[in-house]
Design a protein around this ligand. Structure first.
Ligand code: SAM
Length: 274
């Protein structure tokens, strides 16, 4: 088997998602507008992924920095196929929503499934590139498994702060022992830029977000996701079966590494107290 992901030489997030986005889309038999690992147990991948977004929003509301006004402006970094926008809209109906994604295909699909939803805008570009950001004041930023790809997180947070953001809420895969990524070529494309919990916290604090809290939900994410991937029948899978095999292999290893705390799944709130 040629390891497509393993052989990425210039393995930036854009290349990684161009190769894998279609496989993510087909993981659930009815297709899924989410690309996250889900909260388990759940009856299927779609429900698990939907539940994860809901849990992230509930966690965002638990932050002391959270101020749900009648209308606030939210930037979602890496909104995938657009499923998250729908969950956000259900919970915060008056939000002015901006989604920023480096994948044109995902944005086009997200625009189709959110058509008719008021105050919804998608922007094509990398979070690292200020030019692609919405030219408006932003109150809050959310990222579900996306900011882990950003190389200079401190710079990103400083720029968000300068845009008016007083709360950032993330769901992230963290790596406590970078050696596990360096020693496994399958992990490098997706995990090479992530960091430890301490590093996340110090980047937030350096950027002016002093109120940082987190919850570790590794045990509710990794084992269930690895089992769900293993249960996808290759014969019925409409995406690239080689990518599916590589997902299965890397996520079963990640689930094992999570047991010893070397890889973690956490929700993080970072806020500015005013
Ligand atoms: C694992 S997917 C998660 C998608 C979505 N948040 C969800 O929960 O379904 C990561 C997303 O982040 C986007 N992404 C990755 N790196 C990015 C970057 N540097 N700037 C903007 N988007 C990025 C990818 O295109 C993809 O949509």
């Amino acid at each position: 088997m040629i390891d497509i992901l393993k052989n990425l030489s210039n393995d930036d997030a854009g290349t990684y998602y161009r190769l894998t986005e279609d496989a993510y889309f087909h993981l659930d038999p009815v297709t899924t507008p989410f690309m996250n690992l889900g909260i388990w147990p759940a009856k299927n991948i779609l429900v698990a992924q939907h539940d994860l977004v809901r849990e992230v929003l509930a966690f965002a509301e638990s932050s002391s920095a959270f101020r749900l006004g009648s209308k606030f402006t939210l930037l979602e970094i890496g909104p995938g196929w657009g499923g998250g926008q729908q969950v956000i809209r259900e919970r915060w109906p008056d939000v002015v929503y901006h989604g920023l994604n480096c994948s044109k295909r995902q944005i086009e699909y997200a625009q189709i499934i959110t058509e008719g939803s008021q105050n919804t805008h998608f922007h094509l570009g990398f979070a690292e590139d200020l030019e692609s950001w919405p030219k408006v004041r932003i109150d809050m930023a959310i990222g579900i498994e996306s900011v882990l790809h950003v190389t200079d997180k401190k710079l990103l947070y400083s720029r968000l702060r300068a845009h008016g953001v007083n709360q950032i809420t993330l769901a992230e895969i963290l790596v406590e022992d970078q050696a596990v990524v360096n020693s496994n070529p399958l992990f490098r494309p997706s995990l090479r830029n992530t960091a430890s919990l301490d590093q996340y916290k110090s980047d937030f604090i350096a950027a002016g977000f002093h109120d940082v809290s987190h919850v570790d939900i590794s045990t509710r994410v990794f084992p269930g996701w690895a089992e769900a991937l293993a249960a996808v029948e290759p014969g019925k899978f409409k995406g690239n079966s080689r990518i599916l095999r590589q997902f299965c292999s890397s996520y079963s290893k990640i689930a094992a590494l999570a047991e010893s705390g070397k890889i973690k799944y956490v929700l993080i709130n970072a806020g500015v107290n005013s």
